[in-house]
Design a protein around this ligand. Structure first.
Ligand code: PMP
Length: 421
């Protein structure tokens, strides 16, 4: 990459973005060049780019606030603690959670799911019970449950999907039985883009008093999420996919459930008192936050949430929907292209294969054009098996992408065909 000088305001905290497309200049990396071409970043489902305000917030933390939290009485420790806890409050509002204590900072979606599987799961799933997931889960919402089921002698059951990549809801209803101890489903599929009708699915599970965990990794960057309206029991997401730093994420859990759950990890901060005979655990949310957390990450996530709120997630969703429709319409016209994932409700993901050309070759040729897409199984190998492909090429959008970038992608796909077709 070559460095390009761009003007970025020192701080964008108070700037009210006028339009979504006017926000590109907030993202320094979007102005880089790759292989001599302007970068076209279409790998947002893997991770999103960061606005300057998030970068500035992390720098400012290390320059002016750096200290360990929840421990010191000194000035810096109190300042850092306040900033970190303020970020927790922002997450609470972002998810519309009823209580601050329901927001647990974790490393990311993966750790959030593992926490629930190891804590709630080990406590509540017994031999002969069932854990219900869906056919379109990311590996991080499969493997933790598999580990649990193997340990307990329980069975992992799978809600099937149709050829469009939509869950078969009649089958889901049949799979909800007295043996089902938890349902774990994705809100939006990272490999297909399908938006699942999770509100309806949660309601079905709740009628039978079965708790539901929702993997929101691909949902929170694209739509408003209200955990009270959804009535889910657990909701997890990663900061880095919603324009925040890596290495931090959130587990929302219903207070009543979290209170009854045993700790996931032991260590500092998660205790009230320790003797060699007995440890008294801390209150929520700290009971689940052993050790020094990712302080700068949590504060950076708070800045990312402020940023997204200024843009308005409803407007973001509408804009991205338009972009996806535009891209889909153009891509289906390319001879030999098959789109994987054609659900009626989709968000920001366009997975495809080109007849006779390996997806990795598609990715490599597009990279030479400065276009970053993802190729591979997207940590969803069962999805690839379901559609009979080893891998797909995946373009995934954020609100800072443009129709011109979609045009460049389509031209790139034609070029791939010209070279390899
Ligand atoms: N679930 C989904 C749907 C995802 O897209 C991802 C990231 N690709 C994850 C879970 C895992 O997220 P992380 O690696 O940030 O823990």
């Amino acid at each position: 990459m070559t460095n390009v000088q761009i003007e970025i305001p020192a701080t964008l905290v108070d700037e009210k973005p006028v339009s979504i497309t006017g926000c590109r200049h907030h993202f320094p990396l979007l102005h880089e060049r790759v292989n001599g071409k302007p970068l076209i970043y279409l790998d947002n489902a893997a991770t999103s780019q960061k606005p300057q305000i998030v970068i500035d917030t992390v720098i400012k933390y290390y320059q002016t606030e750096n200290s360990n939290i929840h421990r010191g009485v000194h000035y810096l420790s109190e300042k850092a603690t306040q900033a970190y806890e303020k970020a927790r409050g922002k997450v609470q509002q972002f998810l519309h959670a009823a209580y601050r204590e329901e927001i647990i900072f974790v490393r990311g979606t993966t750790e959030g799911i593992n926490l629930v599987a190891q804590s709630y799961g080990r406590q509540n799933v017994k031999e002969g019970d069932e854990v219900l997931i869906s056919a379109m889960e990311h590996h991080s919402n499969i493997v933790p449950w598999q580990i649990l089921c193997e340990e307990k002698g329980a069975t992992l059951c799978v809600i099937p999907m149709n050829d469009a990549g939509e869950l078969v809801l009649d089958e889901y209803e049949k799979l909800l039985t007295a043996r089902t101890k938890i349902v774990a489903i994705t809100h939006v599929s990272n490999a297909l883009g399908t938006v699942n009708p999770i509100k309806q699915m949660i309601a079905s599970a709740r009628k039978r008093s079965i708790p539901v965990l929702v993997d929101g990794a691909q949902a929170v960057p694209h739509m408003n999420v209200d955990v009270q309206d959804l009535e889910c029991d657990f909701y997890v997401f990663s900061s880095h996919k919603v324009f925040g730093p890596t290495g931090v994420g959130v587990l929302y859990g219903r207070k009543r459930l979290l209170e009854a759950m045993p700790p996931y990890q032991g260590g500092g901060d998660m205790i009230k008192s320790v003797t060699f005979e007995k440890t008294v655990y801390n209150d929520l949310p700290y009971k689940f936050e052993a050790g020094t957390p990712n302080i700068s990450g949590g504060i950076g996530l708070g800045a990312a949430i402020d940023y997204v709120n200024k843009l308005d997630l409803k407007a973001i969703g509408e804009y991205e929907h338009e972009l996806l429709a535009y891209a889909t319409e153009k891509l289906v016209k390319v001879p030999g292209v098959r789109i994987i994932g054609t659900a009626k409700e989709k968000a920001a993901v366009l997975s495809f294969v080109i007849e006779g050309i390996h997806p990795h070759d598609v990715g490599t040729i597009l990279d030479a054009e400065g276009i970053a897409i993802r190729t591979g199984h997207h940590c969803a190998q069962p999805v690839m098996q379901r559609f009979g492909v080893p891998a797909t090429a995946r373009a995934s959008f954020a609100f800072y992408n443009t129709k011109e970038e979609v045009d460049a992608l389509i031209n790139g796909v034609y070029k791939v065909k010209e070279i390899l077709g």
